[in-house]
Design a binder for this molecule. Structure first.
Ligand code: GMT
Length: 375
């Protein structure tokens, strides 16, 4: 099958999932065309099965807002015609599903009929898409997709609650290539981060308010008073400065490493003992799954799709949003004894195996087959 994948090429979870999916589909023999404004961060290998087409938006002074959707839909039309692409798979509804629909209509005028699959990732529904400014367009483009998938049951429920959706939503969970998370302890650069007797607590995100970075600092501050520990924070975003200031106020700057964005999260996770994800909302929590794949237990909130990924008392623990005390005491419980930590590490990895690429990608292929039967 010749498939166009439209996504955000950045460090965000939706872009990572789209990129890993494209790579896995190419491994299955499909021809994949990534169409976006920059080469996706985790797309290392360009081969005859994986193509990347950049969407250019020339700057024109008349426009206060440059029309990306227009450039994207035009690029989709051109690439579908040039490469004989048979299906569009758009990740993140805004504005990709809208641009995809326009491309479909333009192609139909020329007698080319191709289906569109829209994958909902979370904030496109729960935070951004739900805003009255976008809602009519998001509802319309979801309803005009041949097939719609969501990354968790929780996100499906949210979508049906918040939007007037007429078509079925198929839950296809996010997935992980476990072979990429198999660094042995000895290969890890643990000594660069912490003393031998210290536990390493990690968080990776885009540092948006929804991630509750301040809670992470507060939790860590409680934990480090009970046992020797270091905190490793990976990512960039609007809450970073506030977090840095709080570390200064608490006098814990030496115990907290801000690493910025990284393309080597696997190497960071391999020396981590615990992953914190105290988000306000999380449709899935790909970062938690990546941690679990590295054998790192997770303390997360019980919001959104997180309970579908992080199993309470097995791969880690779940707490109510904002319950810093509870998260700190559960963290101490996991980290205090070597035997407890070893058990949670092994259980976290075991739960992650349920989300292996080879189990999930065929679900997308089945969705594509069904979408093709509709045109
Ligand atoms: O906020 C983020 O983490 C980025 C965002 C994105 O679209 O890139 O992540 C969303 O999609 C991920 C991949 O499906 C999910 O794992 C995240 O849970 C989801 N984020 C939220 O729902 C806040």
């Amino acid at each position: 099958m010749k498939i166009a994948i439209v996504c955000y090429p950045t460090f965000g979870g939706s872009g990572v999932v789209a990129t890993e999916l494209g790579i896995a589909l190419a491994d299955h023999g499909h021809e994949v065309h990534f169409i976006t404004y920059k080469q996706p961060v985790r797309l290392e290998l360009i081969s005859h099965k994986v193509h990347f087409h950049e969407v250019h938006v020339p700057q024109y002074p008349l426009f206060k807002y440059q029309p990306y959707e227009l450039a994207l839909s035009s690029k989709l039309v051109d690439m579908v015609k040039l490469y004989g692409i048979e299906l569009l798979h758009v990740h993140y509804a805004i504005p990709h599903a809208y641009a995809g629909y326009m491309a479909k209509k333009m192609l139909a005028e020329e007698g080319i009929h191709i289906p569109m699959v829209t994958t909902l990732h979370g904030t496109d529904i729960t935070l951004v898409g739900n805003h009255p400014f976008y809602k009519p367009a998001v509802t319309f483009s979801i309803n005009k997709s041949e097939m719609v998938t969501s990354v968790s049951q929780s996100l499906k429920d949210d979508t049906l609650r918040l939007f007037d959706i007429k078509n079925d939503i198929h839950v296809v969970p996010n997935f992980i290539d476990l072979s990429k998370y198999q660094y042995q302890f000895t290969e890890c650069q643990r000594a660069l981060m912490a003393e031998e007797n210290e536990r390493i607590i990690t968080h990776i995100s885009n540092f948006r308010p929804v991630k509750r970075i301040i809670d992470i600092i507060e939790i860590f501050d409680k934990v480090r008073q009970q046992l020797p520990a270091k905190l490793v924070l990976v990512g960039e975003g609007p809450e970073k400065e506030r977090a840095e200031r709080l570390c200064q106020q608490k006098g814990i700057v030496q115990m907290v490493h801000f690493l910025g964005n990284s393309e080597e999260v696997d190497k960071i996770l391999c020396f981590s003992d615990l992953f914190l994800l105290p988000s306000e909302k999380e449709s899935f929590g790909l970062a938690a799954l990546e941690a679990m794949a590295s054998g790192v237990p997770v303390i997360s909130t019980n919001t959104g799709g997180l309970p579908e990924v992080n199993k309470d008392g097995i791969s880690g623990y779940l707490s109510n949003v904002g319950d810093i005390e509870d998260m700190a005491s559960k963290a101490v419980h996991i980290l205090q004894e070597d035997e407890t930590l070893a058990r949670f590490k092994q259980q976290a990895r075991a739960i992650a195996t349920k989300f292996e690429t080879k189990n999930i990608v065929p679900l997308y292929e089945a969705v594509y087959d069904k979408a093709l039967s509709y045109v």
